[in-house]
Design a protein around this ligand. Structure first.
Ligand code: CP
Length: 323
């Protein structure tokens, strides 16, 4: 499917850190012909025919879950969505027992979202299925970063030397960790503008901090990436009020006009808190890439599913021979 040579296939995709630049570029190049399928009357290829993909989402999701389901179906895989709130997890079944139960049904891929950082990696060690991290706590969201890099490349071409400004809740955001890592690996410059209380300790030196939104826009970003305010992960009050947050860190009408004047592309992983991270007008701006990010999520996830290689599970009689 891809015109570029495939690097050796991996079993799992758990974060962006462990991917090389070559692997990232391969996935982005592979996503491109998959996106071309979307305008055809038949949007499917047979690449994963006979394979089964399990969506195992312990946290809510609209985009990622639907996007993985559509991506898998466009690759002709069979898809099962385990509804966690109606599953035996509610009766106290452990994650490991849940995984072993599903493994007995011979699934080939497990797409995992969980509030605990490291849960997808834990699952990956206990199953021959290929495991894809669909977001774990505040750790990583690698397919979000891949779809974002794909979207930025689609908008401006080569990303090396381009600038991205991350705005908002860096502390709780798995998206900001994965997006800043992929941006760095692709040679972009990274600026950050966030409440001091929402910047993680040990911020890397390559992230350039800004003290106000105006100075950050003067820096000349190609992309302003607004992070979602993660109200569900905030145990403490990190700023006085939502109105205060919007006034200082939000894309207000005035700042939006400045972004439009400069032709800056606006991104957000969704779901958007309207009136907090941005004003409504942003969503109809010609350089607002938010819907494009969602569309491209399917192509990026098709590329990931296509590339990963589940380990071959031993057949029952092989297991017996080994014991
Ligand atoms: N961007 C993202 O992860 O959105 P969902 O929570 O809707 O999947």
């Amino acid at each position: 499917m891809s015109a570029v040579t495939s690097p050796p296939r991996r079993k799992d995709l758990l974060d962006i850190e462990s991917l090389s630049r070559e692997e990232i570029v391969f996935l982005l190049e592979t996503a491109r012909p998959f996106k071309d399928l979307f305008t055809r009357s038949v949007k499917k290829v047979p690449a994963l025919r006979g394979k089964t993909v399990l969506n195992l989402f312990f946290e809510p999701s609209t985009r990622t879950r639907a996007s993985f389901e559509i991506a898998a179906k466009r690759l002709s895989a069979d898809v099962t969505n385990l509804a966690i709130t109606q599953s035996s997890v509610t009766k106290g079944e452990s994650i490991l027992d849940t995984v072993e139960t599903m493994q007995s049904m011979k699934v080939d891929y497990m797409v995992v979202r969980h509030a605990g950082a490291g849960v997808p990696a834990f699952i990956a060690k206990h199953t021959p299925a290929a495991v894809i991290n669909a977001g774990d706590g505040n750790h990583a969201h690698p397919t979000q970063a891949l779809l974002d890099a794909f979207t930025m490349r689609e908008a401006v071409g080569e990303l090396a030397g381009r600038k991205i400004l991350l705005v908002g809740d860096l502390l709780h955001s798995r998206v900001s960790r994965s997006v800043s890592t992929i941006a760095r690996k692709l040679g972009m410059e990274i600026g950050i503008f966030a409440p001091g209380t929402l910047v993680p300790a040990g911020r890397p030196d390559y992230m350039q901090p800004f003290a106000d939104f105006g100075a950050a826009l003067e820096w000349g970003p190609d992309f302003v990436y607004l992070l979602r305010l993660q109200r569900e992960r905030q145990a403490a009050h990190f700023f006085p009020s939502l109105r205060e947050y919007h006034n200082v860190f939000g894309l207000t009408r005035e700042r939006f006009v400045e972004c439009r004047r400069r032709g800056i592309r606006i991104m957000h992983p969704g779901p958007v808190n309207r009136g907090v991270e941005l004003v409504d007008e942003v969503l109809t701006y010609e350089h607002c890439l938010i819907n494009r990010q969602v569309e491209n999520g399917i192509a990026a996830r098709m590329a990931v599913l296509y590339w990963l290689q589940p380990a071959v599970a031993p057949l029952p009689d092989e297991k017996e021979d080994a014991s």
